[in-house]
Design a protein around this ligand. Structure first.
Ligand code: 5GP
Length: 104
């Protein structure tokens, strides 16, 4: 079970910004910008490389949630969205998540 699934299950505390039946958005524990959020599907998919056809809609939904959260937080003038994929270094948590970063 990933650390994000534990957060989703409320086994580990986190600051939850948004949640629906498929997606949760939390504050990153080690922020790299004034606002650093993680948009996480509740389905535990290890990496982008593990995506399947059935996940198309879920991925799309993550972008719409990013747009909504950025608008709600009034940081939608500029922000970055990114995924890391590299087990050996860049991707620390093997449960896909989109980073949303903004200094506005
Ligand atoms: P990755 O390197 O896998 O793309 O990013 C994982 C992110 O998850 C990192 O930015 C890291 O700070 C964050 N993170 C790791 N463990 C926790 C945790 O327990 N709680 C929260 N809120 N963020 C975490």
């Amino acid at each position: 079970m990933s650390i994000f699934t534990k957060i989703i299950n409320r086994e580990i505390p986190s600051t939850i910004i948004y949640e629906d039946e498929k997606i949760i958005v939390i504050k990153d524990i080690k922020p790299l910008a004034k606002t650093h959020l993680l948009i996480i599907p509740k389905k535990e998919i290890p990496t982008i490389n593990d995506l399947e056809e059935v996940d198309r809609e879920l991925l799309s939904e993550m972008f719409f949630v990013a747009k909504k959260v950025a608008k709600d937080l009034k940081i939608d003038e500029w922000y970055q969205l990114h995924f890391n994929v590299w087990e050996k270094w860049w991707q620390e948590v093997m449960h896909i998540h989109m980073h949303l970063l903004s200094n506005s």
